[in-house]
Design a protein around this ligand. Structure first.
Ligand code: GTP
Ligand code: MG
Length: 467
């Protein structure tokens, strides 16, 4: 209700006329003045807008809050990008999940700092893991592709040469170091001795070989002449112990392989089976390593690959009985070759050496003269210890040859010279890898030639004149 000033004066006049007291009049006047206050009301009308404005006040706050959240959220996103980028197909998942989180975070303005912080650390470790994985897959393909060329490359360079590579590199590397320009004959001889001993030819054989060369040549011999003479001496020593394999006539040829644990007997049996099957026809393999079921299974797998028959019994059975069965079966079927795989045994175990004797005795009873060949398989990495092994095995069963396995994995293939020199045993075959085709008949002259052969790059020992 609005009252004007004239209304007030009329009101006062009436009040006085009605005999209203001054006090009452004062109250009326104060009432009038209070009523005047509403006047600003219209001015408050705009104040009614504040309600509308008030929402704006908080709005800046939330608006400001999301901003930092987003910027922080973007920061990790940008930081993760480098890591996520390499992850390519795998990493995209985390980045995609990250945005929603910050989008949901904005609601609680407080948590952001906490909620935002974790993502970055979480995002940082994750990428490395993801990133490290992708690079791993790529390698396999090249690795899977690489073998074939390597396999195909083998025929180009002889497998024997490849197998002798480490020994030759070691030997020739040392020779090159001493057969340089201006080297004196005496220095060359000393260098030769070192190179031969380093190749595991053995001290005795080395001394004998170098002495023989010294005697043969004049004092002013050239380095080339010395090298050629040494090559001849080595070839002659190796050839001196060579002898043809036994001839079993019409009967099956029985070959037994013996040796200490893990030298390569079973693998050699498989390689021989593949080779002899090609040369002579069907092969029977005797699983006479009955100590472990796994050994029998290993041989079975090889035989399947080669296409050879296997004669086996349960693990733990008498190895002599298995060998006997194999020989008997070969005789009955007219199979030309029997290969006997025996268990690895330490040469120091007397009872095991007795077992070997028994196998030989039992098959000898079934077929006089068998086993026609008993080959000691030696690991070329064994070095001079191979000689002591050979001595003990030779005491148990008459050895007729040596198979030097793993020639490809050693720089000490010169042990073949020591074997010939000390044991007077022919090296029948050398193993130059783990594949069936990685078995080469050993030829002393070829060995000597390859030992001194030029590198694939064509480098050869110096051709300087010795004093
Ligand atoms: N590099 C290389 N490895 C070979 C060669 N011959 C055999 N091996 C490996 O040598 C390991 C042992 O071979 P095996 O044939 O099982 O030896 P083993 O003498 O029968 O062993 P035991 O029966 O346990 O005494 C295997 O990993 C073969 O692949 C070879 O000529 N070169
Ligand atoms: Mg074996």
């Amino acid at each position: 209700m609005i009252m004007s000033t004239s209304d007030l004066l009329i009101l006062i006049g009436c009040a006085l006329g009605a005999g209203v007291g001054m006090t009452t009049l004062g109250v009326l006047i104060e009432f009038y003045l209070r009523k005047k206050v509403p006047a600003p009301l219209p001015a408050e009308q705009p104040a009614a807008t504040p309600p509308a404005a008030q929402p704006e006040l908080p709005s800046p706050a939330p608006a400001a809050a999301p901003a930092p959240i987003r910027s922080e959220a973007e920061a990790p996103a940008a930081g993760a990008a480098p890591g996520a980028a390499p992850a390519a197909g795998v990493a995209p998942a985390p980045p995609a999940a990250a945005p929603p989180t910050p989008a949901e975070q904005p609601a609680p303005p407080q948590p952001p700092p906490v909620a935002v912080a974790p993502p970055p650390p979480a995002a940082v470790p994750a990428p490395p893991e993801v990133v490290s994985m992708p690079p791993t897959p790529p390698p396999p393909p090249p690795a899977a592709v690489a073998p074939p060329p390597a396999e195909e490359a083998k025929p180009a360079v002889s497998r024997f040469r490849l197998g002798l590579r480490k020994t030759r590199d070691n030997f020739m590397g040392r020779l090159r170091a001493v057969i340089g320009a201006g080297a004196k004959a005496e220095e060359i001889y000393e260098g030769l001795e070192e190179a031969l001993i380093a190749a595991d030819v053995g001290v005795d054989a080395t001394t004998r070989l170098v002495e023989a060369v010294r005697k043969k040549l004049k004092a002013n011999a050239t380095a080339d002449a010395i090298r050629e003479a040494l090559k001849e001496e080595i070839a002659a020593l190796l050839s001196s112990v060579e002898r043809p394999a036994a001839d079993s006539g019409e009967a099956p040829l029985v070959i037994m392989l013996v040796g200490v644990n893990g030298v390569g007997k079973t693998t050699t049996v498989a390689k021989l089976a593949a080779m002899l099957k090609q040369e002579r026809g069907p092969v029977i393999v005797a699983a006479a390593d009955t100590f472990r079921a796994a050994a029998i299974e290993q041989l079975e797998i090889w035989c399947q690959r080669v296409g050879a028959d296997i004669i086996k019994q349960k693990a733990g059975s008498d190895p002599a009985a298995v060998a006997f069965d194999a020989v008997k079966a070969a005789k009955a079927r007219g199979t030309p070759v029997v290969l006997i795989d025996t268990a690895g045994r330490l040469q120091t175990k007397v009872n095991l050496m007795e077992e070997l004797k028994k196998i030989a005795r039992v098959i000898g009873r079934e077929m006089p003269g068998a086993p026609h060949e008993t080959w000691l398989v030696l690991d070329a990495n064994t070095g001079q210890n191979a000689l002591s092994q050979a001595k003990i095995f030779a005491d148990a069963v008459p050895l007729s040859g040596v198979v030097l396995a793993k020639l490809d994995s050693t720089a000490k293939g010169g042990v073949v010279v020591a074997i010939a020199d000390r044991l007077k045993l022919p090296v029948r075959f050398v193993g130059v890898g783990e594949d069936l085709a990685d078995l080469r008949p050993f030829d002393g002259r070829e060995f000597a030639e390859e030992l001194f052969a030029a590198d694939e790059g064509g480098a050869q020992t110096g051709k300087s004149q010795a004093a």
